[in-house]
Every structure is written in C-alpha cells, then in structure tokens.
Design a protein around this ligand. Structure first.
Ligand SMILES: [Zn+2]
Ligand SMILES: [Zn+2]
Length: 273
C-alpha cells in the first residue's frame, strides 16, 4: 500500500518468525511502503531464566546482533526506504525498573508496548488460552488485560500500544464490550501521548478482524489518539499484508492521518489518497 508504513515486524530471533531480515525490507519496498520498523520481542526479562522460551522472544545474547543487523539494513537501504529500529516490549506489572533498563540500551526509533502476560500466564497462547477463558472467565480476563494495558500506557515508556484488543485473538469475546475498562486504557494512552497500531494481524487469526475493532478505533479517533499501521509480520510475505482492508477500516473510523517515529519523535502524515 503505497505511502504507508509497517511499524511492527519480527525477525527470526524471536524464534517464531522466519526469513531473512533483508527480505522483509525488500517486501516493504515492493509494497510501496515508505518506512519499516523492526520491532522484535524484548527478551523475556520478567520470567525466571528457565521459563524464557526461545520460541517466544529473542535471547539476551541475540540483542546486540539485532541492533547491528537493523543498523546495517538502514545503511543498505538509505534513499530507498526508511528502516527504523524498534522493540516490542512486554509490560509486566512490578518489573518496570528492569524494563526501563532494557529500554535504555539502544537509541530506539519506536518502542511498542504490549501486554501478553495476564494474571500469571500468556493471554494469547493458542494452546492454553481457550482453557484459561473457560476457567477464569472472559470478562475477568478482559478487565485484567485492560487494567494492565492502562498501567503500561501510564509508564510513559511506550510510543505505540499494540493489538489493543488482543484477548479476542482466538475468538473469545465478552457478552458485552468492557466499555469502562477499555475507556480507562484509552484515556491512559491519550494522556501519555501513545499511539495505537491498526494491525492487520488479527485478520490472519481465528477472530478474522483487525486490531482494534471498528468500535474501539472510532472511540480512539474521537479522543484524538493517533494511529499507525502495522502487520505484525513474522515472514516477509506478511509485510504490509491486508493493508487495503486496514486502510479502509481507518477511513471508515474517521482516521485522517497516521504517525511515524524517528528517535521516538512523532510525525503526523496524511493518509494516502
Ligand atoms: Zn505482540
Ligand atoms: Zn508482534
């Protein structure tokens, strides 16, 4: 999609993505994107070392190589496409100091704030989350997720909140929207100057719907919360994937511009015509 960006892309280091990082950039160029931000998963700093599954996030000893590879790609593609250095950083309640230390280790262009770890386990694990929703209750898990997302936004550590309504990933939905809990998370994002991503990844999941859903995106737009575009690509072919649909969603929800980041400074750009 000409003129847009992809602000959420993983490399092989996260253990569940494949392909050469250069091919992600090539794909972005082929799609007519103007920027691509690599945003690999932060090492799982908040879990005991034995539980840091290398299939979920990069290992600590891969961190330096990640920074070097993105810097080399930025150099290689100068004048062709902007390659940004980012990180998808898990928020973990009570571990803010450690997170802050990780974030101080590089000059990021953009830091994505994600909540995947909710009430002592992953909220989006395809193997375990159906049993969790059945046992713990859909409403309870949604409310807890939004409570953590609100706290994440309030740290001020993040430029963009990812997959805002992630608990829906495998199709679990509360009987009625959790309007109050969502509203508190949105208000925290607004107050902190955080953007939301419009992510096509949900279209590839069981829920078959982008993040955030139209009702939530409209609500965010009405509050003046900025947005950016992303695919959460885990393979080169997923870069910019589904953008016809997410651009149409954005327009339908009243989005007029999107934001990009360089060294964490935000710039607004008009939606492509
Ligand atoms: Zn994520
Ligand atoms: Zn991701």
């Amino acid at each position: 999609m000409r003129g847009l960006v992809d602000y959420h892309v993983h490399t092989f280091r996260c253990g569940h993505a494949g392909g050469a990082s250069r091919d992600f950039v090539r794909r972005a160029v082929d799609q007519g994107l103007v920027e691509i931000a690599f945003t690999d998963h932060i090492p799982l700093y908040f879990l005991p070392e034995v539980d840091r599954d290398p299939k979920l996030a990069m290992r600590e000893d891969q961190f330096a190589g990640y920074l070097e590879e993105v810097a080399a790609l930025r150099e290689e593609f100068t004048g062709v496409i902007e390659v940004r250095l980012g990180l998808e950083a898990d928020y973990a309640e009570g571990r803010e100091r450690e997170l802050e230390r990780w974030l101080s280790r590089a000059d990021w262009d953009v830091v994505l704030g994600s909540v995947h770890w909710v009430a002592g386990d992953w909220i989006d694990d395809p193997g375990r989350s159906p049993a969790r929703f059945a046992a713990e209750g859909v409403e309870v898990l949604y409310d807890e997720y939004y409570r953590l997302l609100e706290k994440a936004a309030r740290t001020g550590f993040f430029d963009v909140l990812t997959h805002f309504d992630l608990p829906k990933k495998h199709g679990h939905r509360p009987a009625a929207p959790r309007v109050d809990a969502e509203g508190r998370a949105l208000e925290a994002a607004r107050a902190a100057g955080c953007a939301l991503e419009i992510s096509s990844a949900g279209l590839r999941k069981a829920v078959a719907e982008a993040y955030p859903e139209p009702r939530l995106l409209s609500r965010a737009v009405a509050m003046g919360i900025p947005v950016t575009f992303s695919s959460d690509a885990h393979a080169p072919a997923e870069v910019g994937w589904g953008y016809e649909r997410t651009l149409a969603l954005a327009r339908a929800c009243g989005v007029r511009e999107f934001v990009t980041f360089q060294l964490r400074r935000k710039t607004a750009r008009p939606l492509p015509a």
